[in-house]
Design a protein around this ligand. Sequence first.
Ligand SMILES: [Mg+2]
Length: 413
Amino acid sequence: MKLNRRNFLHATAGVGALSLIPAAVGREPQVSDEILERAAARPVLPVKEFKQPIIIESVELLRKGKQHFVRVRSKDGAEGISVDDGRMDILHPIFNELIAPYFIGKDARDLEEHLFEAYRYKSNYKLIGLALWCPIALVEFAILDLMGRMRRQSLGELLGGVVRTTIPFYVASERRDTTPEQEVDYLKSLIDQTGAKAVKYRLGGRMSRNQDAMPGRTEKLIPLTRKALGDKMVIHADANSSYDPPEAIRIGRILEDIKAIHYEEPCPFDNFDATKKVADALSIPIALGEQESSEWRFQWVIRNRVADIVQPDLYYYGGMIRSIRVARMAEARDMATTVHLSGGFGFVYSLHFASCTPKIGPWQEYKKGIETYGKWFDPPLKIVDGALAIPKGPGVGLADPKELLKDATIISA
Ligand SMILES: [Mg+2]
């Protein structure tokens, strides 16, 4: 039987953990733009729960050591904060000159509309990409924290309700400087540290026009990971836009041979034609979306099934609300959303996203960060058996935001 994406699920069901394959379903039925637009347009925030206006008085960027934060305060004294993923080192002028001023004096209850209006403000849309959306995401996260703290609700409760409290993850290696043997040893060390039941490793050379990171690394690495990590390990692989379609298909077949379940960015991320050719030729689910900044393009990817798993990045794509809209469109096409994780504090927002998004993939991404950020919560966040529990407490769940920002400096330019 020749496998296509419809019968791949059936053929691999029962192969241990592989029966949890997230998105390997058929290409039909098609979904109309109208259905997708309706899914995206449904309100995310329960604004009726907030009877009084929440007028934003200040939006500040702060820095403590190497870490940036954003603090939003309302006229009534409510406060929320967010934590940067490392981009504000270079994006602070955009934040201070083009994003923060838009939000001053606005009613936080209209946040969903503000996401669009901040994009229009001063022709900000010309900056579309993470330079624009990371600063907006930080304001959005801080406003959501503020609203969550007002209602004593976690972000997931605020954004539609918590549907799961424990989030299993795949641990991502982030390396290409390793030989296949070194990479396997490194993956084993990550598995030992976290108890992860799933991994992700890198293929190819990153945006490399078919060049490998070192000659023959990818072809050797893929079968070696299955052999060394065992049949039950759930394998994800990321090409970071390395290949043209023929090479992507050739490598994808090696991944299929070892029953990997997730093949990320096989071709240049913005070449939908190339990515779709690969998706059409292979049975392994294709993942795409970490560089995406446009709702219309996500809609196109979903409607035309360019990929099987969509991956907005909660920072790069402008926050939780916009990413939930993508997840709702994907769900209407029976596709899973597994958000991309840039690193740092991002895994905390990923946990909240996964807590309230019905159709996520079975494993969310985790890189590192628990050592630094886990203790900011009470009880501290802790990895148990390859999974993380969502933070307890209102908003993002930080135990003591005031203490966290003590001695931080306001960055005003
Ligand atoms: Mg990636």
